[in-house]
Design a protein around this ligand. Structure first.
Ligand code: KG4
Ligand code: ZN
Length: 370
């Protein structure tokens, strides 16, 4: 039952969490999580400003760690290891978390586990809140599993033949079967939302507006936006063309004075295009690699339409169980998923101690390929 303190500072969420992993069931109980979201700080710029992010992590991380520890009711002696995101992400932002984690591991004599951010997202399906029974966390996990990491930075499909307790270093890199060639799905939501005039990050606004449309209309939206790379056999994604198509439609609606009235319908059409593209390739990958289960993780996994369609359509993917989603609050970046991924690695003996060279040379790495 390792108890792990996780630290996440790869982008604009400054988060610390204490998680207790049941090594038999793989249920990762979140004892506490404390997150400061920098969204309001970056909003005026329409996206994340790396220097603003790292400076703010420096100011707020210590408070998050103290909060997480206090809320968990654990003391340092009860913490078995410290897990930290060290790759990929904004290098200055990552460095704040890595340096803090190293200092704490050194001072409290705890093993240190370096976690790949996307492995953290993949581990988020094992998270459950303390005293909350979460069906998805207790159901047996069947493999091979398609893991769809759909976030603001990535749209990656992986085929995992094993649970994460058996994943060797950088396992996901070798299991990658599809990715976006340009914008990530979350980026497509955010960039098109910006064209529509929504504040950053715009994914949730499009989700809410599209819901408004579906509540008031029985017909599908009359706009149709491109689903790129849809030719048979193609597994990769491309979302960059969506921006131009949306911009042209917005210009035309503004000219006709219809923009405001048709905004919910526009949002529904954008969402449908992104969700259609996501599901098309997920289905294809499930069929090609004979996947038996599917895990949808990352910020875009919070999208209500994507969840709903997947919940209705999973049987046509050839899966033997319903899709697995993390609890909503753990879709976007958080330290609980990093602690869980760290606990899986710790179970494989991957904790670094301060007298090892690998501890001293452990660094923040920006490159997503590493
Ligand atoms: O995983 P995440 O927090 O950060 C990255 O690692 O990138 O994902 C953030 C992304 C943003 O693009 C945001 O707009 C999107 O997730 N997102 C959503 C929704 N909630 C967050 N996209 C669509 N619908 C949502 N409900
Ligand atoms: Zn993320």
């Amino acid at each position: 039952m390792p108890i792990v303190l996780g630290i996440e500072t790869s982008c604009d969420e400054c988060s610390a969490s204490v998680v207790s992993l049941d090594s038999q069931t793989l249920n990762a109980q979140v004892l506490s999580v404390s997150t400061f979201s920098q969204t309001d700080l970056h909003r005026p710029y329409g996206g994340v400003v790396p220097e603003v992010a790292s400076r703010n992590h420096l100011e707020t991380l210590q408070t998050q760690i103290e909060n997480a520890l206090t809320k968990s009711a654990k003391t340092w002696t009860q913490i078995d290891a410290i897990a930290v995101t060290n790759r990929p992400g904004l290098v200055g932002a990552l460095l704040v978390g890595v340096t803090a984690a190293k200092a704490l591991a050194y001072a409290f004599k705890k093993p240190l586990v370096a976690v790949h951010h996307l492995e953290g997202h993949a581990a988020s399906i094992f998270l459950s809140r303390l005293n909350q029974s979460d069906d998805s966390a207790t159901l047996p996990f069947v493999y091979p599993q398609l893991i769809a990491v759909v976030s603001g930075g990535h749209t990656n499909l992986y085929v995992a033949p094993h649970p994460p307790t058996q994943w060797p270093m950088d396992f996901l890199k070798r299991q990658l079967v599809a990715r976006s060639r340009d914008d990530a799905a979350g980026e497509a939501f955010d960039k098109t939302a910006k064209i529509l005039g929504f504040p950053y990050p715009g994914g949730i606004w499009i989700d809410q507006m599209a819901r408004k449309f579906s509540k008031t209309s029985t017909n599908p939206p009359s706009f149709r936006f491109p689903r790129a790379l849809s030719q048979s056999g193609e597994l990769d994604y491309s979302f960059s063309g969506l921006k131009t198509a949306v911009q042209l439609e917005v210009d035309s609606l503004r000219k006709k004075g219809e923009f405001d009235a048709r905004l919910p319908e526009l949002c529904a059409a954008i969402q449908e295009a992104i969700v259609d593209a996501l599901l098309m390739k997920m289905k294809r990958a499930c069929e090609r690699f004979s996947c038996r289960s599917l895990a949808l993780v990352g910020g875009v996994a919070a999208n209500s339409h994507l969840r709903e369609r997947l919940t209705n359509e999973w049987k046509s993917f050839g899966l033997s169980r319903e899709p697995i989603f993390p609890p909503l609050e753990f879709c976007s970046d958080n330290a609980a998923m990093i602690a869980a991924a760290g606990a899986f690695r710790l179970m494989q003996g991957e904790g670094l101690t301060p007298n090892e060279d690998r501890f001293l040379t452990l660094n923040a790495i920006a490159n997503p390929e590493v």
